[in-house]
Design a protein around this ligand. Structure first.
Ligand code: ADP
Ligand code: MG
Length: 719
């Protein structure tokens, strides 16, 4: 039975809700939202969409950001494939957690159903769906990939919509390859590939039906009002300062309308918010009759959900009296606002031309988050965030020549990422290690990057000699964690400290715990000092968590102690989920016993056993990583004083300089004992590190005494 656009429209206008059982009457809010939805460009194409969808197994859909793809298309599909009446689901993937969650909330409201029942979402560590009831599921691409590992044919789903494919995230790329194969096995599965770039030929060809026929393309025309693009005449030396200056100029000189400014990350965004607010308050004092109030709304992934929702608040601040200038809303956002989320009412876009990109260097085996120039495609998307409902202006804080010199497209993640997680997932999906290079990639990764991925999984004992998955490797793939952290968790019961390790892992999986307000830095640092366990940031995190749990009844505790209650609550949830998974695999939850010294030692030894590839040795004033020989300093947030010889770190970051973040002191004896294949001195590169390790294996009485003496001088985590 095939449903037409006309039939769907009738159901939409009906008094009774087709998706509730027993049927309920549509609310007034439903009707209000329906009126809004009808104005979206995709809505005008409903009939054509139903025809294309009915006639094809795979459809490529391209439409500008804001045209209604993410919110409306899955609803159209719900009317057409009637998943709810067949016990199946419709999946719609998003590269970003925030987008999956906030779209699900919005769509539940639009459909007049309860979030978590008919419409739900599933993101890492957070699942709001109900078995047997949910038929429309927004989820991150990573979560769908995870589900594919246990059901290679994704039989729960009648239609799978991959959204934002132009972002070319690693998980979306792999899913495309996977779905292409599944489509051949499952004639009943429908697939929609959605992109915000109108040039979709690459996707059409990838999903071509025969050797000649491209997959059909469904194009949604955008509503285009003219947009004036204004380039800078000279290159800007400091883009954050320039951006702030531009926002202020627009506020003073341009007609009413909200501003969207793109910056690269939390620190920049918070700083810009503060400065703009200060400057505008100052201007209002000077020129009360010509400068209106301003509201700055920051937007980035680590922001608390209630704060994130503010971005959709329609209202700009009102003028404070008649004849006074109008207020204005300024949204300062990371790349999230480029295509995944649409903020209505934007008239001015300020684009400094940068974003933060994760780049992995297979030679140095380091992944770093770098501020990088955007691509021409990105610049165009940013420009398109205005001009949707009325003419707009886009200020590009770079010259036109510079724009012409930018890369045409953003480099796909698969070409610039650490692939160990992907390799593990592909092998878990049934692909042989030796066939990894032959997988049907949209863009094939560098052989060296694949090799590095396999190599680190070999060190983690995920594969055995004939390159098949070991039970350990298979289990690692099931944890929604980086393979190293997964292995840490799985091996922790052997060290009799899995309770502690699961806490530490959870704390490492959530955004920043420490709160350090600009005007209370000293107080915040003093509070942090009280939590500190000498020599180990990991143990410090454990300590914070335990104290948080002990003080659960005191609502003010997080704020008084300068830690984020939100991040801690999230850690608690993550912990519960990881604990459940551990239970599933019968991994014992044990807590350390014995003296504090002994228990700290067990925890640190367990950390070494999982994270041995993230070790560095002090050389002069900085640290040199093992094998790849990268130099870095301890991040200022580390609570370690200088002087520790060997450290284990959670992150290697680059922000102008290289830093190790979240660090613990470890002993070199443990490295040799717990990771003998990685620290195998027979194959170890020559150098100071090797010499230092050899000093342990060939004990010389004098040197040995000296070093144990030196150790005893300091407060170390195990002494
Ligand atoms: P596309 O996927 O084509 O970019 P969307 O379906 O995301 O378009 O957005 C369509 C409209 O719905 C936009 O105007 C947007 O502002 C609105 N919208 C989407 N999500 C929300 C939300 N969580 N709250 C309020 N409005 C939203
Ligand atoms: Mg979208």
């Amino acid at each position: 039975r095939k449903v037409s656009g006309a039939q769907a429209r009738k159901a939409l206008e009906h008094d009774l809700n087709a998706f509730t059982n027993p049927p309920t009457h549509h609310t007034a809010r439903y009707k209000e939202l329906l009126a809004y939805r009808k104005k979206l460009p995709v809505y005008a194409q409903m009939d054509d969409f139903f025809t294309v969808f009915n006639e094809n197994q795979i459809v490529i859909l391209a439409g500008e950001a804001g045209s209604g793809k993410t919110t409306q298309i899955p609803q159209f599909v719900a009317y057409s494939d009637l998943a709810h009446s067949r016990g199946k689901m419709i999946a719609c993937t998003q590269p970003r957690r925030v987008a999956a969650k906030s779209t699900a909330e919005r769509v539940a409201e639009e459909m007049d159903v309860q979030l978590g029942y008919q419409v739900g979402y599933s993101i890492r560590f957070e699942n709001r769906t109900k078995r047997g009831t949910t038929f429309l599921k927004y989820m991150t691409d990573g979560m769908l990939l995870r589900e594919a590992m246990s059901d290679h044919s994704l039989r729960q789903y009648s239609t799978i919509i991959l959204d934002e494919v132009h972002e070319r995230t690693l998980a979306t790329d792999i899913l495309m390859g996977l779905l292409k194969a599944v489509a051949k096995r499952r004639a009943d599965l429908k697939i929609i590939i959605m992109s915000a770039t109108l040039n979709a030929v690459k996707f059409q060809e990838y999903f071509s039906l025969g050797s000649e026929t491209r997959a059909p393309l469904f194009k949604v025309p955008g509503r285009t009002h003219p947009i004036e693009i204004i380039y800078s005449q000279e290159p800007e030396l400091n883009y954050v300062e320039a951006a702030i200056r531009f926002v202020l100029t627009i506020h003073r000189a341009e007609d009413p309308g909200d501003i969207l400014l793109f910056l690269t990350g939390e620190d920049e965004i918070e700083m810009a918010c503060r400065e703009i607010k200060l400057e505008v308050d100052h201007l209002i004092k000077q020129y009360p009759s010509s400068v209106g109030p301003i509201v700055c709304i920051p937007f980035y992934a680590a922001l608390e959900p209630t704060q994130q929702q503010r971005v959709f608040d329609q209202t700009a601040p009102p003028a404070e009296g008649p004849d006074l200038p109008l207020g204005r809303k300024v949204v300062i956002s990371t790349n999230i606002a480029e295509t995944s989320l649409t903020i209505d009412g934007i008239v001015y876009v300020v684009d400094p031309g940068y974003f933060k990109q994760k780049i992995y260097n297979p030679r140095t085996r380091r992944e770093s988050l770098l501020v990088h120039p955007i691509s021409q495609a990105s610049a165009q998307q940013r420009t398109g965030r205005t001009g949707r409902t009325r003419p707009g202006k886009c200020f590009r804080l770079y010259t036109e020549e510079y724009f012409m010199s930018l890369e045409e497209e953003t480099c796909p993640e698969i070409l610039r990422s650490n692939l160990s997680n992907m390799v593990l997932q592909l092998v878990k999906l049934g692909i042989w290690v030796k066939d990894l290079a032959q997988f049907d990639y949209l863009d094939t990764p560098a052989p060296e990057a694949l090799m590095r991925g396999v190599e680190s999984l070999n060190y983690l004992k995920a594969f055995d000699e004939d390159e098949t998955l070991t039970p350990l490797g298979s289990m690692m793939a099931e944890f929604p964690l980086d393979p190293q952290l997964a292995s840490l968790l799985i091996t922790s019961p052997q060290f009799k400290c899995s309770e502690e390790i699961v806490t530490i892992t959870s704390m490492l999986s959530v955004p920043r715990i420490w709160v350090r307000p600009a005007d209370q830095k000293r107080e915040a640092d003093a509070a942090k000092e009280l939590f500190t366990i000498p020599g180990s940031d990991h143990l410090t995190l454990l300590n914070v968590y335990n104290q948080y749990v002990e003080n659960k009844s005191d609502e003010d505790w997080p704020q008084m102690n300068f830690v984020s209650g939100h991040a801690l609550a999230e850690a608690e949830e993550v912990r519960e989920q990881l604990q459940r998974l551990m239970g599933k695999f019968e991994l014992e939850l044990v807590s350390t016993t014995g003296t504090e010294r002994k228990s700290r030692q067990s925890i640190l030894r367990a950390l070494v056993c999982g994270l041995f590839m993230q070790v560095a040795r002090r050389e002069g004033n900085s640290y040199r990583t093992i094998k790849e020989d990268q130099f870095a300093e301890l991040h200022p947030s580390c609570q370690l004083n200088e002087g520790h010889e060997w450290v284990l770190f959670d992150e290697f970051i680059f922000t102008g300089r290289s830093y190790l973040r979240t660090v613990s002191e470890v002993s070199q004896e443990w490295l040799l004992e717990l990771a003998p294949s990685y620290f195998d001195l027979r194959t170890f590169p020559d150098g100071l590190t090797k010499l230092a390790l050899e000093a342990v294996t060939k004990p010389k009485a004098a040197a040995g005494e000296q070093s144990s003496h030196r150790m005893a001088d300091r407060a170390t985590p195990w002494s």
